[in-house]
Each structure stands twice: as C-alpha cells, then as structure tokens.
Design a protein around this ligand. Structure first.
Ligand code: UD1
Length: 430
C-alpha cells in the first residue's frame, strides 16, 4: 500500500509553485455543465477530488477533454441523465454541486445523500432550504435527494449558518431562475467569489460575491467562456506552515497574498517573518515558534482547513496554546496520531489545549483525513529519523504532487509502495 517515507530534521528552503484551488474548481466544474456551449477551464489542480467529480459528470453524459494536465474542455450539451450515483458522492461530497447545476439548467437533479464525513457531521439542510425557496420540490427517497421544479423563481434566502457549499449550490440553482435572488449571510470565501466570477463570465448576473449578501438576477441562458481557477489558499498555507514548522525559509509563489492574511497574521504572532509581494509570500522561521490562540471561523477568519497544520506547529512552540474549532465537530482526530511523536495535546469538546514540546520523535502514522494527513507529514519533516504516513489517498484528494513539491524544498520524502521501496529509501537518504 502506498505511503510516504520521510526522514525529518532539515529545514525546508526554496520556492514552491501553488496550483489551482480545489474547492473553487469543484464549483466551477459543476457550473460548466450549465451551458450547451464548450467551456475551457485552466489552472485545474490534478488531484483526486477533481478527477472524481469529472467522472461523475461523465457518468451523466458531459463530454470532457483534458487538453493538458491542468486544462479541460467541457461540453454539457449531451447530458442524458439527472442522477448522480452514490459511488461518486461517497468519494467526494462536493458532487452535490451537480444537484444545484442540474436543477438550475434542467429543473431536475438527483444525487445520493451525502453521509457523515470523517471531520464531523456535515448537514445539507441549508442547500435544500435554498432550492425549496426557489420553487423546487425536494424530497429524499431511497437515499437520493430529488429536486424538481416546473420553473424556478428568484427568492430571498437567509442562511442560518455561513455555509460555503450552500452558498455555491444556491447560486448555481438561481442563475437561470426567473427574477432576483438574494442570499443573506452568504459565505465570503475566495472560492465562492471564483465560482461567481466564472458564472458571470458565462453571462450570469451575480453581484456581491465576497460580501455576506449575494444578489443574483436570473438570465435566460449561459454561454461559452475560458477561465483560469484562482490559486489554492490551503495548499499555499500548508507550505507556509511547512516553512514555520521546519524553521525554514520558503517562498510560496502564484498566490493571492490577501487570501492568506489570517495565516500570515498567526505566523507573525508565532515569531515568523513574512514578506509579501504581488503574487508570492515568503515565510522565514529562524527560531523556536511561540504559542498563540487560534479560532477557526468562516473567511476572512482563520480557515478550518488550516487548523491541523497550525496545531502541529503549536505543538512544537514555546508555551501553551489554545485552538478552538468552531466549524466542524470532529476535527481533532489527528491528535492521537501526533501523540505517537511525543506531542502533549488535550482535547476538550471543540478545544485543543496544546502544551508545546521541544521536538517530535519519528513514528509510523496514519492519515485520518485530507488536511490532517498533510499536517502529519509536516510533523514527520521535523522529527529526526525515519517516519511513515499511511493512507495517503486522503492527502492526494487535495494536494497535487505533495511529496515532489516538498522534495523541491529539500525535504527527504518519497512515496513508497512496499517494504522493499522503504528499505531503498532508507538506504538512499542514509
Ligand atoms: C467547504 C470546503 C471545506 C471547508 C469548509 C469550511 C469545499 C468542497 N469544501 O465545505 O474544505 O472545510 O467549506 O470552510 O469547498 N452546515 C449546515 N447545513 C448545511 C450546510 C452546512 O448546518 O446545509 C454547517 C456545517 O455542518 C458546518 C458549517 O455549516 O458546521 C460550514 O460548512 P460548509 O461551509 O457548508 O462546508 P462545506 O461546503 O461542506
């Protein structure tokens, strides 16, 4: 089984190029089926979640041509089915964006009900509330959410909780509806803005994306476009933390520094130096990190998807830190894995009390989910000696060439498939 083999102990130094944002790309790809014209999407990350969503799209007749590793041509004129099967939803929850897109375009969509996910219960009630407000009849039968409408009519929708998924899904359903839709208490994440910009480039009329009130005026049809996805703020943030954790000096390139402000601010509090330029951020960490407090919040607050990475850094900082997870209810599962390396973290409800230790010891770990998996790799990069991280399929859901990019910064890491490969790696790095 594939795993990462890591020999830790050296600081990461150099430059790393950040790819397109996975979470923006998921919304953009679903939106691309809403026209019968051919749409070109560029700067697409080559990661598992994106590839699964494209398989789900192909299963209903969408024609997708990958012209190079990061560019696709999409044509949704031959769609012959409205049902997204369970096998896709099981692999990637965001397949539910196809429900909003199909409902918006054909007034009929069916997707398997997303089950619980391994970072806590993740509801879908707000998506359904939005579709119903637009005039759809939504029912759950045989494990499928079935949304149908005679016609969709703009409506005023207030989201009780700030939800990225519900904001994007309701936007998708509303762009071709008759009249005006207002989404209040909308999510302001950069990927919400990216999906809105993409839809506008196809002829939609969406205003206010990036604020908490999104206003959509329905248009009769959408048309062809060419679009480049924004850089991935979480991939960028992960490499910024990699620099901080290994006491390194890393420049993350091809980023929008504004999207990284909450991470930069925390790193400065922890004693790192941050240098920003137009499309790059340099992180220099020359001494032991200092403790701080972190609370995850919707954008522009500190992202929940960076919580495991910063917690790993704080587990090595001088003093005691408090990390509060306010978005998901089960996002500290990596703490037991980290304990194998000698960390001192107590979890009480949605709070982790982290007493910093001076160093981690090497260990054999298992990735519990995507971001926690990446965080554990960063932990291993600081530990003297050989470590392994198993279940890297989670990490590959959202990071393209993770180990190759780390190698480029001087990390001793490789993907190995067998004990023989592992021995070879140990021999190679000494
Ligand atoms: C998206 C991101 C995920 C990130 C999360 C929060 C994608 C594909 N995934 O997930 O990486 O961690 O945003 O930034 O973009 N909620 C409800 N009812 C709903 C929907 C959500 O109560 O109908 C709650 C959730 O349980 C959670 C909170 O709202 O507590 C935020 O969830 P949401 O923003 O919807 O997360 P996702 O879109 O699933």
């Amino acid at each position: 089984m594939e795993q990462y083999a890591i020999k830790g102990g050296n600081p990461l130094v150099g430059e790393v190029e950040i790819g397109g944002a996975k979470n923006a790309a998921l919304g953009v790809l679903a939106a691309a089926i809403m026209t019968d014209d051919t749409v070109i999407v560029d700067n697409l990350p080559d990661v598992r979640d994106i590839n699964v969503l494209m398989n789900a799209m192909e299963s209903i007749g969408v024609v997708i041509n990958r012209t190079d590793r990061h560019t696709v041509k999409i044509n949704g004129s031959m769609i012959h089915g409205f049902v997204i099967e369970d096998e896709f939803i099981k692999k990637i929850r965001a397949s539910y964006y196809l429900l909003g897109a199909l409902l918006g375009k054909y007034k009929h969509g069916e997707v398997a009900l997303p089950g619980g996910c391994n970072i806590g219960s993740r509801k879908i009630d707000l998506h359904i509330k939005g579709f119903k407000a637009l005039g759809a009849e939504v029912k759950i039968e045989h494990g499928l959410i079935i949304a149908k409408a005679e016609k969709l009519k703009g409506a005023h929708i207030y989201l009780d909780t700030v939800s990225v998924g519900a904001t994007i899904n309701i936007m998708l359903a509303a762009v071709l509806a008759e009249g005006k839709t207002v989404i209040e208490n909308a999510a302001k994440e950069p990927h919400v803005v990216d999906v809105a910009n993409f839809l506008n480039s196809m002829g939609a009329n969406i205003k206010g994306a990036g604020t908490d009130v999104v206003r959509i005026t329905g248009v009769p049809r959408l048309h062809a476009t060419e679009y480049s996805i924004i850089p991935d703020q979480i991939e960028a943030g992960t490499f910024m933390l990699a620099a901080a954790i290994t006491k390194g000096d890393v420049t993350v390139k091809n980023v929008i520094p504004k999207h990284l402000e909450s991470t930069s601010a925390k790193l400065i509090e922890m004693g790192c130096q941050i240098e920003e330029s137009d499309d790059a951020v340099r992180v220099v960490a020359s001494r032991r990190l200092e403790s701080t407090q972190v609370k995850t919040l919707p954008y522009p607050g500190f992202p929940t998807d960076m919580q495991p990475q910063i917690s790993v850094a704080l587990a090595l900082a001088q003093g005691t830190s408090i990390v509060t997870e306010s978005i998901f209810d089960n996002r500290f599962k990596y703490v037991d894995e980290l304990a194998k390396m000698g960390s001192d973290i107590k979890v009480e409800g949605n709070t982790a009390i982290i007493a910093g230790v001076k160093h981690f010891t090497s260990a054999n770990l298992t990735a519990p989910d995507l971001r926690a998996g990446a965080a554990l790799v960063l932990a291993c990069l600081t530990a003297e000696g050989f470590s392994t991280v198993e279940d890297i399929k989670y990490i590959e859901r959202g990071y393209e060439d993770f180990h190759i990019k780390l190698q480029g910064l001087g990390a001793q890491i490789d993907k190995v498939e067998s004990d023989k490969d592992l021995q070879k790696f140990k021999f190679k790095v000494g």
